[in-house]
Design a protein. Structure first.
Length: 296
């Protein structure tokens, strides 16, 4: 993105976070000084008008997912980033995550770093990490509105009364019969999310692998498993309630237990834009306090 050219920036935000107001106003003032066209959903445009009685000088409304931009800004937490990634999809638009949430592995630019980060980006001072995406399909043809996941796809029981059984296959060969509360298949990006809370390993974003992590397994000797990301993973679920819950980056759907699933690597990746001083290991040190003495 050359600084003298018109830049097109798509802006996505979580309106449930009041902390976002100051960041939006700061961006309004910054983009006023720059040659920037801002793309907004109508709800965000109305929010700006109501909150500040002002808006960006150059605005285009996003009416559907057929939009183009040089950069997408996600303002919120990691959930907002995942929603932004779903909107960007196959467009190859880099995404910069501004963190107004709590932990923030994907949205890792702090609120006080927004303007310096954007200034550096306009000077080409950044890196782009290509993150793999999972695709889910049903083998019986059941429709899924949004079958792609940047983080993970999780299978879980619909009620709290009993565990489910998941027969998992890799390239047609049985991996294991999991008796558990659920099963998580995550990308390297998602290894620091739900999978990590279930005891799964942390995987660097560049690794070409998926992680299969059981949730509250009935067998103590069952452990998370790392498999190559060019394998196809099939899942057959057995449930006493005759149904189960599938969650695709947090977007949930109830399926009949006769519905078998196939997971594989999508034919596109998500471009995560990082300022030069933001690295994966630095994020681990800052967010997970690696190397910190927490004994006091």
């Amino acid at each position: 993105m050359e600084s003298k050219e018109t830049k097109r920036i798509a802006l996505f935000g979580n309106l449930h976070r009041t902390e976002m107001e100051n960041e939006l106003l700061e961006l309004v003032q910054f983009f006023h000084q720059m040659n920037v066209v801002v793309l907004l959903d109508e709800y965000l445009q109305l929010y700006l008008d109501e909150k500040f009685h002002k808006s960006f000088d150059r605005v285009e409304l996003i009416t559907d997912d057929n939009f183009s931009a040089d950069l997408a800004l996600s303002i919120g937490g990691d959930g907002t980033f995942l929603n932004t990634a779903a909107r960007v999809g196959k467009k190859d638009i880099p995404i910069l995550g501004i963190n107004t949430g709590r932990l923030g592995f994907l949205a890792d630019v702090a609120k006080d770093e927004i303007i310096p980060a954007l200034q550096a980006i306009f000077k080409h001072e950044y890196t782009i990490e290509k993150r793999s995406v999972l695709k889910l399909q049903t083998l019986d043809g059941s429709r899924l509105d949004s079958p792609y996941a940047l983080n993970d796809i999780a299978i879980s029981k619909q009620d709290s009364s009993s565990m489910i059984i998941v027969n998992a296959y890799a390239n047609g060969e049985l991996i294991n019969i999991y008796q558990a509360d659920g099963l998580i298949i995550s990308t390297p990006t998602g290894s620091t999310a739900y999978s990590m809370s279930a005891g799964g390993p942390i995987v660097v974003p560049q690794a070409r692998s998926f992680v299969i992590s059981p949730v509250a397994s009935h067998s103590l000797n069952v452990r998370p498993l790392i498999v190559p990301d060019d394998w196809e993973i099939d899942l057959q679920v057995i449930s006493r309630s005759n149904s189960y819950l599938v969650s695709i980056d947090g977007r949930s759907k109830i399926l009949d237990h006769s519905t078998r699933l196939r997971l594989k690597k999508a034919d596109y990746s998500i471009q995560v834009l990082k300022p030069l001083n933001h690295t994966f290991f630095e994020t681990l040190r800052n967010k997970l306090l690696w190397g910190a003495d927490v004994r006091n």
